[in-house]
Write a protein that binds this ligand. Structure first.
Ligand code: ATP
Ligand SMILES: Cc1cn([C@H]2C[C@H](O)[C@@H](COP(=O)(O)O)O2)c(=O)[nH]c1=O
Length: 204
């Protein structure tokens, strides 16, 4: 396949519902001839998954968080994402660098210009062609998380933290409107799923 978006990230605050749609997106693309690589961040390689475990469960400051996610991202890009793209596959990634700007930048208050330097250093200009941002109020996301699972370190943050993270995503969307597409994730699952597939139909 060629011409459309081939590196697609899924973003949103915890509990927005992005993981609920990524498998359906992969199935839809496969039915249309794409060879799809499903992956996630932090994670996606044995080394990055080990860093993910530390990231989600050990106490650390904002700078350490940023360095850990970029270290994981470097390994992920070099060993999974770039080879898959070079092989002609479509890569669907559950979170990527927008999450770092939203969580470590807007959420923790880490300097955005410094994050931009890390991004340039680690990614050398490579990032998603298309990003689906599942946008929902922090209160709704918290209810969904509470009903679904036990909270990890970041999910235990308060509503104000997630309101800042949401604003971080809004800022990223405003800065890159053609890449980052906002989907209203407050709607029922089926409605959101159709919006995802409509977006893929337009862009892939
Ligand atoms: N549109 C929706 N309406 C109602 N419930 C939903 C909706 N989308 C997802 N959910 C439910 O909310 C919970 C969280 O969904 P999901 O794990 O997909 O969120 P997420 O954004 O991927 O979270 P995280 O980033 O923390 O992994 C699940 O129980 C899921 O079934
Ligand atoms: C990539 C990335 C992730 N995070 C945070 C966001 C979530 O709280 C977790 C990942 O959990 P998920 O259930 O897989 O969504 O990590 C972050 O803070 N910074 C990042 O760059």
């Amino acid at each position: 396949m060629s011409g459309g978006a081939r590196f697609i990230s899924f973003e949103g605050i915890d509990g927005a519902g992005k993981s609920s749609h990524i498998e359906a997106a992969a199935a839809w693309l496969r039915e249309r001839g794409h060879r799809v690589r499903l992956t996630r961040e932090p994670g996606g390689t044995p080394l990055a998954e080990a860093l993910r475990e530390l990231f989600l469960h050990r106490a650390m400051d904002g700078l350490t968080e940023a360095l850990l996610v970029f270290a994981a991202r470097r390994d992920h890009l070099q060993t999974v994402i770039l080879p898959a793209l070079a092989d002609g596959q479509t890569v669907l990634c559950d979170r990527f660098t927008d999450a770092t700007f939203a969580y470590q930048g807007a959420g923790r208050g880490f300097d955005l210009a410094q994050l931009g330097q890390l991004e340039a250093w680690v990614q050398q200009g490579r990032g998603p062609d298309l990003t689906l941002w599942f946008d929902v109020a922090p209160e709704v996301a918290a209810q969904r998380r509470a009903a679904a699972r036990e909270a990890d370190r970041l999910e235990r943050e308060d509503i104000d933290f997630f309101a800042r993270v949401r604003q971080g995503y809004a800022d990223r969307a405003a800065a890159a409107p053609s890449r980052l597409v906002r989907l209203d994730a407050s709607h029922p699952l089926e409605t959101v799923r159709q919006a995802v597939l409509d977006c893929l139909a337009q862009r892939c």
